[in-house]
Ligand binder design. Structure first.
Ligand code: GSH
Length: 219
């Protein structure tokens, strides 16, 4: 089984973290950036990362990949047993990804790729993020994990996504919206960051980001 993508990607890191937390053995091709080349689209139909190669076949979409891993490797589960609690974990993941991460992603063009985002788009993002983060604050338990006492896939998602949303809103909007609407997030992310798998993924993400910055400076 091989995980393909790049270590600066939050969705790639979501799957990598899930694999590491579950203690599943896997190979990695972390030099496999998103692409619209025909060959790449055969493996990842939208040209996105991550994708997982298993026995010559590929699977895309981080959530589908994580659910496949959960069913195939039930050890060290990242979902609670109770169906209601499992659904609550999925609910949190949807809030994090659809109503927070995907919204703030509209600012990436400016923050990471030297482009510009119009004031109108920024205001729209700000409005939608306010709604998404307020909603997340209602659902998040932080007791101590985001869905309750046990670490779940929702924590993995919160870790990889909230840290980016924090930076992106600070840089593009001049306000850290995560900190504003989820003041518990900072100590919670710090606590997660002390787990070995989280520590490792963070360090590797940082190194990958530095390598990208150095390459851009050269070219
Ligand atoms: N819903 C997808 C999102 C994956 C995604 O957006 N990946 C980004 C990198 S973080 C990507 O490949 N972007 C390139 C593109 O959109 O063409 C998932 O959960 O896997």
């Amino acid at each position: 089984m091989k995980l393909c993508g790049v270590r600066i990607s939050n969705y790639y890191n979501k799957v990598r973290l899930a694999l590491l937390e579950k203690g599943v053995e896997f190979e990695e091709d972390d030099q496999c950036p998103p692409s619209q080349d025909e060959g790449y689209l055969e493996r990842s139909a939208m040209g996105k990362v991550p994708y997982l190669e298993v026995d010559g076949k590929t699977l895309t979409e981080s959530q589908a990949i994580c659910e496949y891993l959960e069913e195939t490797y039930p050890q060290r589960p990242l979902y609670p047993k109770d169906p209601w609690e499992r659904a609550k974990v999925r609910e949190l993941i949807n809030y994090l990804e659809l109503h927070v991460e995907l919204v703030s992603r509209r600012l990436h063009k400016q923050v990471f790729y030297g482009g510009t985002v119009s004031d109108e788009s920024k205001a729209q993002v700000e409005r939608e993020l306010t709604k998404g983060l307020k909603a997340l604050a209602k659902l998040a338990k932080f007791s101590p994990a985001i869905a309750g006492p046990e670490l779940t896939l929702a924590d993995v998602c919160a870790f990889v996504h909230l840290s980016i949303v924090s930076v992106v809103t600070r840089v593009a909007l001049g306000r850290d919206m995560v900190d504003e609407f989820l003041p518990q997030a900072k100590p919670y992310l710090k606590m997660l960051g002390e787990r070995p798998a989280f520590q490792r993924v963070s360090a590797d993400r940082k190194a990958a980001a530095e390598a990208v910055a150095a390459r851009r400076k050269k070219s």
